[in-house]
Design a protein around this ligand. Structure first.
Ligand code: PMP
Length: 428
């Protein structure tokens, strides 16, 4: 494949945009080479500026669960655009999408819309602190909750890909209020809660981690966490920015039958436009301004175009009875195919999968937390990534990311991906 135009565009971008990108993982820094510039996407495919076509497993890092340029979503945005793009006043569609989200997700009564997953998590933590009157929070190493200061402590995703899970610019004061636990290790959480009795506002986690590859919660982990939080009077926040409306209509809360106190959303809820949201019981949510003292706001929050895209997306997911089973079946098929190929070529690997999230780790160790995720063979991942790209399969340019399966992928696409995997593995 030729990347002539992508290379030229990247060189030009680098002169005016730091690193040539507006979000670090888009740069191919971890895997080497030049990022490809995409000019359009349809269904399961991306087309780059050099007219190369790829089967897409990033899907804008999660939102495009029904595939790219999905007609009902595109039509809804076009129609709304004709009526004006932002008013800074309440609009009817905000209530419509809020009602739908509340009806789909268990255990939430009120929801507030923001513009990104970062904002959703940042605001949920502020609300938890305001509601409980306590300052400290517990997060897990390898979980990513966006780039607000409190979360850039052993963060996953791009933060770890680029070797800065603890970012300069986060003050010591902020860092000391974030306590770090080990994912899937309930004893560690218990120790932290005991050692900081009466000081912890909330525990926040990705109920299925997706920012150190895909790392599922061990059996009983979420239930024990719920019980511990209740016993210590600490709020449990599920960051469902990746898992919300993806693993089930009601996200991980529904899949695992666990009730969180606050839930954060992003990605799918915006149908590919910039949307985040956080939600919970009215009793907690009503502490937000203007009803309560916890301040949170946004000029473009609840933007009509973003709400139109999100409403169209959620409506489709709500109406389609089989969508989550279909997605899980496709993911299981890909898992089986890739596992057979990797085994055939005697390549050490572990594949993690939950619903439509899947990741291949180049190590035989069971991947259950950040340390075990970090054991993967990075040189092998780089070669695998570039090999797959050459075969027309676009996976995330970092070993610390999940692949996302969409409804637009056909079994023929999955077969092509498995054949590509076979070719690449024969050369690793
Ligand atoms: N939480 C999780 C679990 C995420 O995966 C992400 C983004 N990948 C975020 C929060 C932050 O969302 P955003 O990039 O929209 O700010």
């Amino acid at each position: 494949m030729l990347y002539k135009r992508s290379s030229a565009l990247f060189a030009e971008a680098e002169t005016v945009i730091p690193g040539g990108v507006n979000s670090p993982v888009r740069a191919f820094k971890a895997v080497g080479g030049t990022p490809i510039f995409i000019k359009k996407a349809m269904g399961a495919y991306l087309i780059d500026e050099d007219d190369n076509q790829y089967i897409d497993y990033i899907n804008s890092w999660g939102p495009m669960i029904l595939g790219h340029a999905h007609k009902p979503v595109v039509d809804a945005v076009i129609e709304k655009t004709k009526l004006g793009t932002s008013f800074g006043t309440p609009t009817e569609i905000e209530t419509k999408i809020a009602q739908l989200a509340v009806s789909m997700v268990p255990n939430i009564e009120k929801i507030r819309f923001v513009n990104s997953g970062t904002e959703a998590c940042m605001s949920a933590v502020r609300l938890a602190r305001g509601y409980t009157g306590k300052d400290k929070i517990i997060k897990f190493a390898g979980c990513y909750h966006g780039h607000s200061d409190s979360f850039l402590i052993q963060a996953g995703s791009g933060a770890v890909t680029f070797g800065s899970p603890n970012s300069p610019g986060v003050t010591k004061g902020t860092a000391q209020d974030t306590l770090l636990a080990t994912y899937n290790n309930i004893a560690h959480v218990e120790e932290l809660l005991e050692a900081n009795k009466g000081e912890i506002a909330c525990v926040i986690l990705e109920p299925v981690a997706g920012n150190m590859g895909c790392v599922p919660p061990k059996d009983g982990f979420l239930k024990k966490l719920r019980d511990l939080c209740t016993a210590h009077d600490v709020l449990l926040i599920f960051d469902e920015v990746m898992t919300g409306f993806r693993l089930a209509k009601g996200g991980a809360q529904e899949l695992y039958g666990i009730q969180a106190d606050l839930v954060c959303f992003g990605k799918v809820i915006g149908g590919g436009l910039p949307v985040g949201a956080f939600a919970g019981k009215a009793e907690i949510m009503d502490h937000l301004a203007p009803l309560g003292p916890v301040y949170q706001a946004g000029t473009l929050s609840g933007n009509p175009l973003a709400m139109a895209a999100g409403l169209a997306m959620l409506s489709e997911l709500n109406q389609d009875k089989d969508i989550y089973a279909r997605l899980a079946d496709k993911t299981a098929y890909l898992h089986k195919g890739c596992a057979e190929v990797l085994k055939k070529h005697r390549i050490s690997h572990t594949i993690n999968r939950v619903g439509s999230m899947i990741s291949i780790h180049f190590s035989e160790t069971e991947v259950v937390d950040f340390d075990t995720a970090a054991e993967g063979n990075n040189a092998r991942f780089k070669a695998f990534f570039h090999g797959m790209l050459k075969q027309g399969v676009y996976i995330a340019p970092s070993a610390f990311e999940t692949w996302f399966i969409t409804d637009a992928l056909t079994y023929d696409d999955l077969d092509k991906t498995i054949v590509a995997c076979d070719k690449v593995c024969s050369e690793l």
